[in-house]
Write a protein that binds this ligand. Structure first.
Ligand SMILES: C[S@@+](CC[C@H](N)C(=O)[O-])C[C@H]1O[C@@H](n2cnc3c(N)ncnc32)[C@H](O)[C@@H]1O
Length: 244
């Protein structure tokens, strides 16, 4: 039963995206995004849908287009898409794990108020997309990752173990970015992710990651030296920080 006030769920059902029907995501989006509805928001969604078929997909882009009547909606898919969804919707072809593609998106359409990862749902792709796209998310913006359940599935590079290599393991690592001011690790380098990650909210299979100013010092240790060493993988994805 759809809440009559939840316009997003109604639009999802109307346009045929599975974000309401199969995944129960839209009420979580609506609760957070309702206040933004009339703003000229810039939304990027990874994954247009329809896979190899150039004429299918675009259901969620139509939903966002109608939910944000003053918004600009950008969709990226690894496969070419031929549909025209109106002048406020831009569809690009490219692989989100290709940094040149991300730079093109960010420089052409960014910075974004909302970024949604509904692409391959492979753990390595999810982590890389976030690491590349974070700089193109506005202060106060939301980064949303859908289908977290694939983090447990081996065919998506997942595992039920809590490791840094899965999407769930990465989210555990984000908790340490949020609390870096209280980490007590010698020679730690504070990263941009540390300074700008202000919230992680979870619903089933769904993560909302919030950007903002996280430079407030530790309450208990205001003189904390932050002399910590954070390592990055060569692809720029931060490694899980182990609190010693
Ligand atoms: C689940 S569908 C998206 C559904 C759509 N967002 C909706 O809700 O209607 C996933 C899409 O992601 C695309 N995709 C897969 N890997 C990708 C990648 N590395 N970069 C960009 N798009 C990718 C697929 O081609 C597919 O069309």
């Amino acid at each position: 039963m759809t809440d009559p006030n939840d316009l997003l769920s109604q639009l999802a059902l109307q346009h045929g995206t599975d974000k309401a029907r199969d995944h129960w995501y839209t009420p979580h989006y609506h609760r957070r995004f309702d206040a933004l509805r009339d703003s000229p928001v810039s939304v990027l969604e990874i994954g247009v849908g329809g896979y190899q078929d150039p004429m299918t997909g675009g259901e969620s882009l139509k939903m966002w287009r109608d939910y944000f009547p003053n918004g600009t909606i950008v969709g990226l898919d690894i496969h070419a898409k031929a549909m025209n969804l109106g002048e406020r919707v831009h569809i690009e072809k490219g692989d989100i794990t290709d940094r040149r593609v991300v730079r093109h998106l960010g420089e052409t359409y960014g910075p974004f108020d909302i970024i949604i990862d509904d692409g391959s749902h492979r753990c390595d792709d999810v982590m890389m997309a976030w690491a590349y796209l974070w700089e193109f998310l506005k202060d106060g913006g939301w980064y949303v990752v859908e289908d977290l359940q694939t983090s447990y599935w081996s065919e998506y590079g997942g595992s039920s173990e809590r490791t840094g290599e899965t999407t769930i393991g990465w989210i555990f690592g984000l908790i340490n970015h949020l609390h870096y001011a209280d980490l007590n690790i010698a020679n730690y380098h504070v990263t941009d992710y540390d300074r700008t990650l202000v919230g992680i909210e979870l619903a089933r299979n769904l993560a909302f990651i919030r950007k903002g100013d996280n430079t407030k010092p530790s309450e208990m240790m205001p003189e904390h030296p932050h002399a910590l060493v954070g390592e990055s993988r060569p692809d720029g994805v931060p490694m899980e920080v182990t609190v010693g």
